[in-house]
Design a protein around this ligand. Sequence first.
Ligand code: CAA
Length: 286
Amino acid sequence: MATAEIKMIGVVGGGQMGSGIAQVAAMHGINVWLLDTDPQALAKATASISASINLLVSKARLSQEQGTDVLGRLRCTSNMEELHSADLIIEAIVESEDIKKTLFVQLDKIAKRSAILASNTSSISITRLASSTSRPHQVIGMHFMNPPPVMKLIEIVRGADTSDETFKATKALSERLGKTVITSQDYSGFIVNRVLMPMINEAFFALYTGVATKEDIDTGMKLGTNHPMGPLELADFIGLDVCLSIMKVLHVGLGDNKYAPCPLLVQYVDAGRLGRKRGIGVYDYT
Ligand code: CAA
């Protein structure tokens, strides 16, 4: 499929990533169906996209008319059948292989034959997700960074059977969305999380073993290496549960003890200290 033929995309999952992806697509002239089975999640997603567009209008980055057009390109639904009109469907649901596979089985039945099925997974094997469908050559990883409207990267992940045609169409679409593309083969953590998560895990070890305070670890990396956020602050931003689950994927997938999750990270997750979304993680946001 050529990118010019991608006129409509479906986004599954109305959370932070799904709503951000839907916003980016609508802002680049693409019609979007945003699907979530939970109407409250859809209401929240719509409110957050509208607020983000209104902010851009208030900063004169978009005219009022452009803002209205963006919102007009976005439709929300809880009915999966609507996704039949999509040329590419990207899922951004919970990071569980079983739940994603179940979704891919459903999408494979509903999506039109030519449609590409993409996953925003941060670490789950694209090859394994693809094998749950009848179209593995049309399944690909399209990993946006958080927050999608701000971050300039899309990491494209080729599964074992992803075709060149699917890759080319996904890359062209990503560039049409104004993003720079990097390409990863389908190995645990891909590129970004393979490098980022061990750094975050190491920051937890530094805190755990009393090397320094959380503030000094973060300031060290912010001012010492020009990162916009320190690793512990970034972990809170991403979600400590997400960081832990990616470390587990690296540990199992790469089979090396250097990827063992830090006990302090495990303990925070056990305690429900999941980061900003819970109001408490490494830092207290209440
Ligand atoms: N949606 C839309 N726009 C947003 C936004 C959002 N959620 N969050 C911030 N922005 C915009 C703001 O409106 C602001 O825009 P202007 O410059 O036009 O005014 C701009 O981004 C900067 O925002 P702020 O001034 O509020 O705050 P900041 O300068 O501290 O930037 C940040 C916030 C962009 C999040 C920055 O701290 C940052 O880049 N942090 C690192 C983020 C990062 O590393 N993300 C990747 C995580 S890893 C990942 O996603 C992969 C994975 O699988 C886990």
